[in-house]
Design a protein around this ligand. Structure first.
Ligand SMILES: [Fe+2]
Length: 186
């Protein structure tokens, strides 16, 4: 049983070495973007996620238009994790796969995946670390539980391209791994 659980983590994200670095101007746009303040009183309607994202114009790029042609309309958002915060264990709502770029170094931040609990106690998990390199694309299977911990005095910024709910991690991975070579997203 443990063997089965461990293998769930074998392919929960991929570093896409065939795609170019995210352009500096896009990284700067995300770092300088306006992020709404966290509402003082959070209600059921004001989901926490709305306070940390900012829409990106990345959807206008040829690359993103091609993704939309293949999979349907993409959502392109910058995310900001405030200093010394954690984004709790979750599976993403509304998407099964995302393509993320870390916008700048975030040395003391940690992205973890975990598999289903093993045994009967629901306390023990296997984990896997996703090591982001600034500007490099990482494709994530967001149907598997993951968390972000930013134990850092600086915010952590990412660009996240969300695929439509119908898109599956493996099909997107196959498409992107054989994507024709190019040098810049802009
Ligand atoms: Fe997530």
């Amino acid at each position: 049983m443990d063997q089965i659980n461990i293998s769930m983590l074998d392919d929960c994200f991929s570093y896409l070495d065939n795609l170019p670095d995210l352009d500096d101007i896009i990284c700067q746009a995300g770092i300088n973007a306006q992020y709404p303040e966290i509402p003082e009183e959070e209600t059921a309607e004001s989901l926490a996620i709305t306070s940390i994202l900012s829409r990106s114009r990345f959807f206008q790029t040829k690359f993103c238009q091609n993704l939309s042609k293949e999979f349907g309309t993409m959502k392109t958002n910058f995310f900001k994790n405030a200093p010394m915060t954690t984004y709790d264990w979750h599976r993403d709502l509304g998407r099964k796969v995302s393509l993320n770029f870390l916008l700048r170094e975030a040395p003391n931040s940690l992205v973890l995946y975990r598999n289903k609990e093993y045994g009967i106690d629901r306390i023990r998990y296997n984990i896997k670390v996703c090591n982001y390199v600034p500007k490099r694309p990482v494709l994530l299977d967001t149907t598997i539980q993951h968390t972000v911990i930013n134990y850092n005095d600086q915010p952590r910024f990412i660009l996240s391209l969300g695929f439509p709910i119908e898109a599956e991690y493996q099909e997107v991975k196959k498409f992107l791994m054989s994507y024709p070579s190019f040098n810049s997203y802009i």
